[in-house]
Write a protein that binds this ligand. Structure first.
Ligand code: NAP
Length: 288
């Protein structure tokens, strides 16, 4: 079988775990594939499209997740909902997908965390959108917590969710107002960079707020255990951090590109290997 060709595009591209994870996925599926990285300057984006579309597929990161939408023939439902594309399959027609949504759902299943009832999502950026639409599809009640100054961003996301999925109940609140909400959250999700390397001591939620959650998922994967996860663990609250989602969304790309399926053990092994690799890269720094 000839080698399949894939890559990640973005700008600027610093260190990325993607090649490591995708090479592991190729090795597990027994498919010969190469996964490259292409840092494309904004003024070169249009010129690069022809060569990208001649590949078997590619992933997209900041700042091209919206710009690529015009370049594909068709959008999958995930991309239509999230309004962003992070995976393209090429061929007779090019199709854009958002695998972050699938990755988040898969990561929760993997951790034994249910996506139901009342969900608190911290942040209203790109990753929060994927989380919010995944939760909205599962008919959860959503509270989207934003920092002061970003109220409009939170409200816009809630309005968009209501338009696309009218049965959903989504409300934007300020982080400062979380304490005024009654009762427990079935799940709290950190979709902000708070607690990410090198600012590892910070947690987006206070200990008291974490104690009101049945489960916690932190999208951050560097460090392996954020302050938020450490507090949740200390209290025996079910939790997991973002590497599982990163691996799951990559695995979904392989399913889209050539029909690969990966069992739970394989995903767990690649997640652990990716965490070790990250620790090796950041030795003495953020990874712990
Ligand atoms: P983004 O589009 O820049 O959005 C970040 C969000 O966090 C915005 O709502 C921003 O609010 C908010 N925020 C930033 N600093 C904050 C602070 N100090 N306090 C409260 N809120 C703050 O970024 P993103 O792409 O969504 O990524 C968010 C995080 O998820 C990053 O840590 C990223 O590494 C992680 N991530 C993980 C995965 C995975 O697969 N595990 C995938 C994607 C992203 P403003 O609008 O006010 O700036």
């Amino acid at each position: 079988m000839s080698e399949k060709s894939f890559c990640l595009i973005g700008h600027p591209l610093g260190h990325t775990m993607s090649p490591f994870i995708h090479e592991q996925l190729f090795a597990s599926s027994g498919v010969k594939g190469h996964y490259g990285v292409m840092d494309i300057a904004p003024d070169r984006f249009d010129f690069s499209l022809a060569s990208l579309m001649s590949m078997d597929g590619f992933n997209i990161t900041i700042p091209y997740k919206q710009r690529i939408i015009q370049a594909v023939n068709r959008l999958d439902r995930s991309a239509k909902l999230c309004g962003a594309v992070n995976t393209v399959s090429c061929g007779r027609e090019s199709v854009g997908y958002n695998t972050d949504m699938y990755g988040f759902i898969g990561a929760l299943e993997h951790a034994g965390i249910s996506l139901c009832d009342k969900i608190l999502i911290c942040g209203a950026g790109g990753a929060a959108r994927a989380v919010a639409f995944a939760a909205a599809l599962s008919r959860c009640e959503l509270l989207i917590a934003v920092r002061r100054g970003s109220e409009e961003k939170g409200e816009l996301l809630c309005r968009e969710i209501a338009e696309k999925l009218p049965d959903t109940h989504a409300k934007a609140i300020l982080h400062d107002d979380i304490d005024s909400i009654d009762g427990h959250f079935s799940l709290a999700v950190n979709a902000t960079p708070v607690g990410m390397y090198p600012h590892v001591g910070a947690s987006v939620l206070t200990e008291d707020q974490i104690l009101r959650c049945n489960a916690v998922y932190d999208l951050i994967y560097n460090p392996r255990k954020t302050e938020l996860i450490k507090i949740a663990e200390k209290h025996g609250i079910k939790c997991d951090s973002g590497m599982s989602m990163l691996v799951m969304q990559a695995a979904k790309s392989h399913e889209i590109w050539y029909g690969a399926k990966f069992d739970n053990d394989t995903i767990a092994q690649i997640t652990a290997d990716a965490e070790d690799e990250m620790q090796r890269i950041f030795a003495g720094g953020g990874a712990e």
